[in-house]
Ligand binder design. Structure first.
Ligand SMILES: Cc1cc2nc3c(=O)[nH]c(=O)nc-3n(C[C@H](O)[C@H](O)[C@H](O)COP(=O)(O)OP(=O)(O)OC[C@H]3O[C@@H](n4cnc5c(N)ncnc54)[C@H](O)[C@@H]3O)c2cc1C
Length: 388
């Protein structure tokens, strides 16, 4: 039986590990030889974490967990013929786990922006651009995020890292004694950015903006980005020397060019078991899978891991003719520690609950500790606490 896992991020790595635990031979294909630990990459631009420390070597993971590893760029997913084409080879499969992440909505003038949610190397470009501006001694920095009008439930809006980057940059400038020389503005086209974390969390954001002396600019559709400004639909402009923008998520082109069932935003339609709708042997997990019926939910690293866990459990029971199945919906919730450099806010949101607890100082160290814990558990040096 040939099992392929496509992608070596949160979802793909966890799926390969779980499949090995169930005793299957499995091959993971990734275009990078490392997993990028995105949640802690927010500290790369402000020099509090190195690019190298934000990577988890897939070769090390292969040695620890015993899966086969191919570092190849996937160019075509041929569902009818059960074949995966890469820049180096063609691979057959009997069972497929698609965990390739998501693409981003294309916007006019995007080349004048940088995203902390893009390719890993982009975090280094942001660092370089920030240092260049600091060397000048003054400037306007804007940080924001957008949505995808085609995404019916807006689960692919990624706002948390924008807030984290904004507050961390503010603190970084303050530590350099330069805070007053820079204007920092948070911008978003929606009226209430951050509301996905829940009403209570949203209400507390004002306090954060005040504390970190950042201006806000909400509720105006973005027309384009230029090298000097953000231009809005009403042709007003927000001056910007450095624009850090996270576009809304959408399905990757690679996925759009398949016969997989997709929603309007290009995400793969799956059932509660994480199996692709209408398919018997293909699972889709992580950011690339469409979350339905839970409009308050968000695509997150821990959701990607939950999907990996659920899909492999259901797959194993199917193969071994065990009747039990699990639904990822039962474990769906938003949980995040939103870092601000010298503190954090702990956010939990479920269908019924909304909690936000400001955690000065200790919250920052909690998030730093999580990065260390994640690496140790993946290297099998520590026991994994369920759900964390
Ligand atoms: C800056 C930032 C901060 C975040 N903070 C948090 C947080 O605090 N908490 C939280 O829960 N979530 C957080 N997230 C979200 C979390 O990182 C994502 O939800 C998670 O990475 C999704 O996992 P994934 O495996 O679906 O995709 P990814 O992690 O994006 O992995 C996709 C994989 O597919 C591979 N791939 C893509 N295309 C190809 C191809 N053509 N050929 C071969 N391989 C390919 C990539 O190399 C990668 O290995 C954050 C995200 C960002 C960007």
């Amino acid at each position: 039986m040939k099992i392929l896992v496509l992608g070596g991020g949160f979802a793909g790595l966890e799926a390969a590990i779980k499949l090995r635990k169930y005793g299957y031979e499995v091959t993971l294909i990734s275009d990078r030889d490392y997993m990028f630990i995105y949640p802690v990459s927010i500290w790369i631009p402000v020099g509090k974490r190195s690019f190298k420390d934000t990577q988890l070597s897939l070769y090390d993971m292969q040695k620890k967990h015993g899966f086969n590893l191919l570092i190849e760029k996937i160019t075509k997913i041929d569902i009818e013929n059960q074949k995966i084409e890469t820049d180096k080879n063609t691979h057959d499969y009997d069972y497929l786990f698609i965990a390739l992440g998501m693409g981003k909505v294309q916007m006019k003038g995007k080349e004048n922006t940088h995203s902390i949610c893009g390719l890993p190397e982009e975090s280094l470009v942001i660092k370089e651009q920030l240092e260049n501006l600091i060397a000048k001694g003054h400037g306007d920095i804007t940080v924001g995020f957008g949505g995808n009008p085609k995404d019916p439930t807006a689960t692919a809006v990624r706002g948390g890292p924008a807030f984290e980057l904004l507050f961390n940059i503010s603190l970084y400038l303050k530590e350099k004694g330069l805070r007053d020389q820079f204007k920092l503005t948070f911008f978003a086209p929606m009226d209430e950015p951050g509301k996905r974390m829940g009403q209570r969390a949203y209400d507390k954001m004002d306090g954060f903006f005040k504390h970190y002396h950042t201006e806000t600019h909400f509720g105006k559709k973005i027309k384009e980005f230029t090298d000097k400004a953000i231009v809005f639909a009403d042709d007003t402009e927000l001056k910007s020397d450095l624009t850090l923008f996270i576009a809304g998520g959408e399905g990757m082109d690679l996925i759009k060019n398949t016969t997989l069932p997709l929603n309007k935003a290009g995400f793969i339609e799956i059932n509660e078991l994480c199996r692709v709708e209408g398919s018997k042997n293909v699972y889709a997990i992580g950011d690339g899978a469409a979350i339905i019926d839970h409009p308050w939910a968000a695509k997150q690293g821990h959701v990607a891991e939950v999907m990996a866990d659920i899909s492999t459990y259901n797959f194993n029971n199917k193969i071994k003719h065990i009747g039990r199945r699990k639904s990822y919906w039962e474990k769906l919730h938003i949980v995040c520690v939103m870092d601000s450099g010298d503190g954090a806010a702990f956010v939990i949101r479920t269908r019924k609950k909304e909690i936000m607890i400001p955690l000065p100082v200790v919250g920052h160290w909690m998030k730093k500790g999580w990065g260390w814990y994640y690496r140790q558990t993946k290297m099998k040096r520590m026991f994994r606490i369920p759900g964390m």
